[in-house]
Design a protein around this ligand. Sequence first.
Ligand code: NIG
Ligand code: FE
Length: 413
Amino acid sequence: MPKADVLVYNIGQVVLFPRKPLRRVSPEAAGIKESYAIAIRDGNVVEVGPSGIVKSKYECNVCINAEGRLVTPGLVDPHTHLIFAGSREDEFELKLMGYTYLEILKRGGGIYRTVRMTRNSSIEELIDKARKTLELVLSGGTTTVETKSGYGLLPEHEIKMLEAAKRASKDLPIKVVRTLLAHVIPEEYLDKRSDYIKLFDSIIVEVSKRKIAKYIDVFCDRGAFNVNESLHILRRGIEEGLRARMHADQLEYMGCSLLAEKVYLDSIDHLEKTPPKNARIFAVTGTVATFTPTSMVAMMEIEKPKLVGELKRLGVPIAVGSDYNPNNMTPLQQTTMDISTYILGLTPLEALAAATVNAAWNIREEGGQLIPRAPGDLIVWDMENYRWIGYTWGYDKTLAVISKGKVWKNLIS
Ligand code: NIG
Ligand code: FE
């Protein structure tokens, strides 16, 4: 009898998702099955099929009776800033008093404040803090996560952040994808921007030599990098062998998302201020549109982006990310997924695709689907079917989390 490390059976409803991004989300395209079982061995899915057949075929080490509940792929969070020191709860109150994000940043708060605290932290302190976050998000069903540098700004501290991101997941069953982020011009370089761009070139070279990042990213926005600076940074990253992604049009529209026509970007993230007519750029270039709905809440300006409807109409893959950072302390991708129904108007199934299969495609990683040879990443939910996504939210709805074939959490048996 073949052996399975983990067998999940009596699944009420499972959403399998295909091995490609979903451009138009429908129950047919998503691969929804009932009364199924999934067998996992050596970290990967080995078989998916009708519960009775698969269950009788395998001898299981861990056998989980899903008792008719919903099972989905593990969640993929394609946008976080999980390496940082300190907190900024006092700025939360400033925002409530009416101060804007940019006003706080210009007074040396915001990102600049986290930069000072992160530079003053040892790599071990950053690792300890990030590891706790990784354990927390795993428990909430995130099985793959992207994270960035960007709170060091100077070479040694940017590298410290990426090394911390590499070491934080040691022995944890979670995949961490690392990104070098050109976040803001450091305060000490504000009157010599071009010198900093040159210094950043040297950071790109060093990061690529050490192979500690997969992506180059730039915050193209008011208060950060302009369009030309961003183009230069993205091109240099690509020349050094990194893939490219971008933060764009979050605070103000300066034309940043138009850069997708000039450089090959896997994803553009944020897009709060992107004009709906730019949706065609995503359709033409294949760039994924990634929204970060909880950070829209944290910015205290929630307006449903009109761009979403246009993207759906053109069949552009939409992803969502937590954008967990000291300005937006929402680490769970589960929350991002649920709240994207309210804030972006995604349907429950679109929200699930955005937090799994489309998010995995966004960061060009495996995961986000439950088909043979896919990573053994799955969640047994305290929900009957996917229609409960968004309908219920605000608490941890995962009952069992299996990641990379390991049982991370099991409240069922
Ligand atoms: O993605 N937009 C720029 N960067 C972060 C916020 C960083 C911070 O405020 O510390 C974001 O929202
Ligand atoms: Fe971000």
